[in-house]
Design a protein around this ligand. Structure first.
Ligand code: GTP
Ligand code: MG
Length: 367
């Protein structure tokens, strides 16, 4: 049996039929679980019993993060056109077989923790124009973690913002993931008029951790300190650690009034030292190439042009602009969508890490 280690996150098992690749996975899994586990099918069948490419990782009871993924393949056979093919082998190495990338991203996210011990989860704030896809992004991330499409937050189009409350959404740990190290905060949409949509004072209060879950926004008046949803003395864990501006890729030119609001928001977030990213949603509707196959997203001229446009309009670097497609009508999750969504979360956690670095104190390091 050959053992290929090709990144800290993945280990690939490749070898002749019946060499013991799956039994090896079962054995490693048993060591982690503390009892003998036979999750993967093993046995002898003449030709390879494993006919699928599979990725496995599972934290045990006392272990919250397993820092590798075991990837199992079909057995090698002597003949031509039998057993694992050399082209498929190359595709696996290059990460083209989607399961690996998705599992690796999930593993990276679940293994992440803030470098400040008093904070267990990064608070990520979603802001952006009405209908940009803020609530859908939460639903989509929740779906990617659950493994099926979930539509917990209300989404849709209503002229003015459908979301009128401040919501802090936790993602429930599932079978493979024991800890989800971030919280997504959803807000009312931005509108171009005065006294409509999310107000800049409320935005500043959210950043500082003053506004609590389920606060009902009032566009004509910001939150008052006597509100039951006002937290007078927020800790570091209640503050926002990363701001994400959510923008619909199909909007070629943002209205001037929205740009003006973004400029004020950016200034506030900069003053508080909070990293900021841009999420470009609805890439599935950006151009026919991407509509046909989401994997073409970084090859699309139109997507790239819009990424540059938004980076220029909002004054953020191009590397801070992340394209995604949300789940909005699908009944099942799919790997290319999950990969873009989970990659966006990884970028957000890396940005939040920069925020925590400012509070880094070797004495108070996260254990
Ligand atoms: N094609 C496509 N449609 C999307 C995508 N994301 C969201 N939508 C649609 O866009 C509409 C608005 O999405 P929401 O998630 O409600 O937008 P929001 O930013 O929360 O809007 P407000 O709460 O009103 O400010 C919904 O009808 C979604 O179905 C996407 O990635 N692709
Ligand atoms: Mg919403």
């Amino acid at each position: 049996m050959l053992w290929f280690g090709f990144s800290p996150d993945y280990e690939g098992l490749v070898g002749p039929v019946g060499a013991g690749k799956l039994s090896f996975f079962n054995s490693i899994n048993s060591v982690f679980k503390g009892y003998v586990s036979m999750q993967a099918n093993t046995g002898t069948a003449g030709t390879s019993l494993t006919t699928q490419f599979r990725t496995y990782f599972k934290p045990g009871i006392n272990i919250s993060h397993v820092p590798f993924v075991l990837c199992d393949t079909m057995g090698l056979e002597e003949g031509v056109n039998t057993g694992l093919d050399v082209d498929d082998f190359a595709s696996i190495l290059n990460g083209h077989i989607q399961g690996i990338r998705r599992q690796a991203l999930l593993s990276t996210i679940s293994g992440w923790k803030p470098s400040v011990s008093s904070v267990k989860q990064a608070r990520i704030l979603l802001v952006g124009p009405v209908g940009a896809g803020k609530s859908s992004f939460y639903n989509s991330i929740n779906s990617a973690f659950r493994g099926y499409v979930s539509m917990q937050a209300n989404t849709g189009t209503a002229g003015t913002s459908l979301t009128t409350q401040f919501r802090t959404y936790y993602i429930r740990p599932s079978n493979n993931i024991t800890h989800v190290p971030f919280i997504l905060c959803d807000t009312m949409g931005l509108e171009d008029g005065v006294n409509t949509g999310l107000d800049v004072d409320d935005f500043a209060s959210i950043l500082k951790g003053h506004i609590q879950d389920k606060y009902q926004f009032n566009p004509s008046m910001p939150i008052q300190p006597d509100s039951p949803h006002f937290n007078e003395s927020p800790g570091l864990k209640d503050k926002i650690h990363c701001v994400v501006y959510v923008i619909d890729i199909r909007v070629k030119l943002l209205p001037d009034k929205i740009i003006e609001k973004f400029v004020i928001f950016r200034k506030k977030a900069n003053q508080l030292g909070i990293p900021q990213l841009v999420l470009l949603t609805k890439v599935d509707e950006a151009c026919p190439l991407v509509a046909k196959d989401l994997k073409n997203v970084y090859q699309s001229y139109y997507v790239n042009k819009m990424m540059q446009e938004v980076s220029y309009q909002l004054g953020v670097s191009l590397s801070a602009v992340i394209p995604v497609k949300n789940y909005y009508q699908e009944l099942e999750i799919d790997s290319p969508t999950d990969i873009l969504l989970l990659n966006a979360v990884v970028q957000m956690l890396r940005a939040a890490e920069g925020y925590f670095d400012d509070f880094y104190n070797p004495e108070e390091r996260s254990k």
